[in-house]
Unconditional design. Structure first.
Length: 289
């Protein structure tokens, strides 16, 4: 590649509605609010179309069931489909048995919306795969997934698996901080930048929304000089019309800061970085297949 992009960059969308967000559902429960997912996702799809980019959409099964035309458009545009669970429950609220049931329910929802599309990748809601929930990796392998993207190798207020590798690897199902070459599931961890002993996540979300674009872009460039990178974005955090739920101060800041400027930031990223799907980025590492 050359220049600052010596490694591939994947563009991913966690396809969920605004009420699925962790800091929202903690205060609203599982109340079904008026959906905006189709309205919120359309501008992202338009943006990807304009730049000729194929992305990976990690879909919540409830969305596939309730908005099948949206899934049809995503698949018809050549994007990759991944699993983001059926109901957007974090792994720490599940057991291996309920997780397996959730995955199978998700697959039924996707099949109902778009037919037999391949689903090779998984991303846990709230990046909730860590030492406590490492059992999920074994279930993913048994259910036919080839890659996961649920580990944040840094400590954060909501999630994190500090000490885990920062590059693409095959994780141990006993402790995802360690590698296991025999694991059929490849891990593409959330990108981080190191500052001494501190690791700052830079994959997207609040980090992209809150940081000035030049700062964020410089951090992404730093990652791409050393290893593959993925961007993640939720449709609700690009939609100025996202309903503002009454939340505590930190939750309100983390959920709604920077929403109005997000589509502009995505446009600038697409102009300067060559993006592809998660699967293709993993294949380039030599661990895909």
């Amino acid at each position: 590649m050359g220049g600052f992009q010596d490694h591939p960059a994947a563009f991913s969308v966690d396809l969920e509605d605004y009420y699925h967000a962790q800091l929202v559902r903690e205060h609203t429960g599982k109340a079904r609010l008026a959906s905006r997912v189709e309205i919120s996702t359309a501008p992202i799809l338009d943006l990807l179309d304009r730049h000729g980019v194929r992305a990976t959409f990690f879909v919540v099964g409830e969305v596939a069931q309730e908005a099948p035309r949206l899934i049809e458009r995503i698949v018809g545009s050549g994007h990759e489909i991944g699993c983001h669970t059926y109901a957007h429950d974090p792994l720490w609220e599940m057991t291996p048995e309920s997780f397996r049931e959730d995955i199978r329910k998700f697959k039924e929802a996707i099949k109902g919306a778009a037919g037999d599309v391949p689903v090779r990748g998984f991303r846990a809601p709230t990046f909730s795969l860590d030492g406590r929930t490492a059992w999920a990796l074994r279930v993913l392998a048994e259910e036919g997934f080839s890659y996961d993207s649920s580990i944040v190798p840094a400590r954060g207020p909501l999630y994190g698996c500090p000490g885990a590798p920062i590059g693409i690897y095959r994780p141990s199902t006993d402790d995802p901080r360690h590698t296991d070459p025999s694991n059929p599931v490849v891990e593409f961890p959330a990108p981080v930048v190191g500052f001494g002993k501190t690791r700052l996540p830079v994959g997207g979300g609040i980090y992209l929304r809150a940081l000035p674009f030049r700062v964020y872009h410089a951090l992404v460039r730093r990652v791409l000089r050393k290893r593959p990178f993925f961007l993640y974005v939720h449709p609700w955090e690009t939609d100025p019309g996202t309903p503002r739920i009454a939340l505590p101060r930190f939750a309100r800041w983390a959920t709604y800061t920077g929403i109005t400027g997000m589509l502009g930031k995505l446009e600038r990223l697409l102009r300067s970085i060559r993006f592809t799907t998660m699967s293709k980025a993993i294949e380039s590492s030599g661990l895909g297949g």
